[in-house]
Ligand binder design. Sequence first.
Ligand SMILES: Nc1nc2c(ncn2[C@@H]2O[C@H](COP(=O)(O)OP(=O)(O)OP(=O)(O)O)[C@@H](O)[C@H]2O)c(=O)[nH]1
Length: 282
Amino acid sequence: MTVIQWYPGHMNKAKNQIQARLKLVDIVLEIRDARLPQSSRNPLLDQIIGNKPKIIILNKSDLADPKITQQWQAYYHRRQQPIVVIDAQHQAHLPMILTAIQERLATKITKYQASGVKNYTIRAMCLGIPNVGKSTILNKLAGKKIAVTGNRPGVTKNQNWIHTSHYLDVLDTPGVLWPKIDDQEVAIKLALSGAIKDSLLSSLDLANFAWGFWVQYYPQILEARYHLSATELNPNLNLMFEKITATNEAAGDIDQQARQIVQAVRQGSWGRFTLDRVTAND
Ligand SMILES: Nc1nc2c(ncn2[C@@H]2O[C@H](COP(=O)(O)OP(=O)(O)OP(=O)(O)O)[C@@H](O)[C@H]2O)c(=O)[nH]1
């Protein structure tokens, strides 16, 4: 996982690099974490890419709550925003990206075909915040391990095209944008999913948030894991420490317990989860 120290100068540099490369492509693949369909995006991205066609790829779907992923798919369908849900570790999921590109660029492709161009190439680039799986997706598209380099601030790279086995070329240099973390809740969600460094937030804050969230959305997991009855479960973690310390996995002082909770969430020991929710008004 890479964590970038993000300053306004860096942001501008990344923006300029991405904008320069945008001119080379027909379509943007915006990679997000399926556990955080909203928090793992940089809201500036749409401003940066303007009218360029875009497909959202919700990656790491194997870690997300499948019911909520379906709700997010419906949410973006309602907005006519193409979206693909994948687990990039599975090669078999990748054709879904190609299909979505074909659909999104159908008019362009039809034009090529009508004018007799047989060997047309569609060019794409991946964009996203750190750790969402950009390199993994590029490697899978390439069908081999390639040296993927993000546009780290201050580093100028030559870009190469990855020729996939189809009519699609993808830039081997993904655009990296820092997430918008001026909101404490977004920062906590990103830290719980491993997108930003632990040291940016206290484990206790993370554990408190996780506990409250699980009590609300996944209570059965906590009940089973910490041998609690439904009536014992309290959303306030401070009131629960004594009870959960009785289980092996959450022993030690409060800080230690908090760290264990965060680790358990990250490792998936608290099950699959989605921290961003579609609300009734969406
Ligand atoms: N479970 C799961 N893990 C994934 C998936 N895709 C990527 N990963 C893992 O997530 C971590 C980050 O993946 P990368 O491909 O390095 O992410 P990136 O966006 O290129 O990250 P930066 O280089 O920090 O910008 C790695 O440990 C991957 O193995 C997925 O679909 N499911």
